[in-house]
Design a protein around this ligand. Structure first.
Ligand code: 6GU
Length: 228
């Protein structure tokens, strides 16, 4: 899978893909993330990528031509399954969407800025509009980093047993149970005895009960339609 991210602030995305699981995915050849500066595709001398809104009002609008140029250039190199626009008025991202997107081939992510993109960009090029939650960020870059992380770690072969996605919170629709490591006693605080018992079936039952309890307490909305 290749992810091409289009942004007016490429510096914001310098860090996240060079580390840890995302770096390993790239090193193994399972995923590649490339960041493109939209300004390099500006069609005028001033390297302008935004302009005043027709009809007036505060805030600039991202112009269609530079965006069209970079998307056409990318599409001439390879096929893309999705062109995603990161915007606060998109569909709210969740684990189901991450699972679905992890099965795709290549993707383009366009980061919104200013007052957003000219509506015709959405009509002509965008296949999905995604938000990461009900709050406003300065631009779509951090949202693109969030999607990229959530998607790439689900590609088969990226995670090993230690980091397996199968036991993540949300992967089975429940929050994860509490976890412990050495020491078995810290300043009088003991690890639940069952975890030291060696009875794997009982440990699995305990973890499931803890998951259900934690989900009921913290996220009762996730329990709807579940019969335990
Ligand atoms: Cl995708 N973009 C911006 N600017 N703000 C957001 C967002 C995206 N998702 C939540 N807030």
């Amino acid at each position: 899978m290749r992810i091409d991210i289009i942004t007016v602030v490429p510096g914001l995305l310098d860090g996240p893909f060079a580390h840890s699981i995302l770096k390993r995915a790239e090193d193994k050849g399972l995923a590649a993330v490339r960041v493109h500066n939209l300004r390099d595709f500006s069609t005028n001398k001033k390297k302008q990528v935004d302009d005043y809104a027709f009809g007036g009002g505060a805030g600039m609008v991202m112009m269609i031509e530079p965006i069209a140029r970079i998307i056409e250039a990318l599409k001439s190199e390879r096929a893309y399954d999705e062109v995603i626009y990161l915007t606060p008025d998109g569909e709210t991202f969740n684990q189901n969407m991450a699972n679905e997107l992890s099965l795709k081939g290549n993707m383009i992510m366009l980061c919104g800025h200013y007052k957003g993109v000219d509506e015709r960009v959405r009509q002509r090029f965008i296949t999905k509009e995604i938000s990461i939650g009900d709050y406003v960020l300065s631009g779509g870059e951090l949202a693109a980093a969030v999607l990229t992380d959530a998607i790439i770690r689900l590609i088969p072969g990226v995670l090993n047993d230690e980091t397996s996605a199968l036991t993540d919170s949300f992967q089975d629709g429940l929050l994860a149970p509490p976890v412990y490591t050495r020491p078995a006693v810290y300043d009088g605080m003991e690890v639940p005895e069952i975890l030291l018992s060696g009875h794997q079936a009982k440990i699995d039952d305990w973890r499931f009960e803890q998951s259900v309890r934690r989900t009921k307490e913290r996220r009762p909305d996730l329990m709807e339609g579940k019969d335990f």
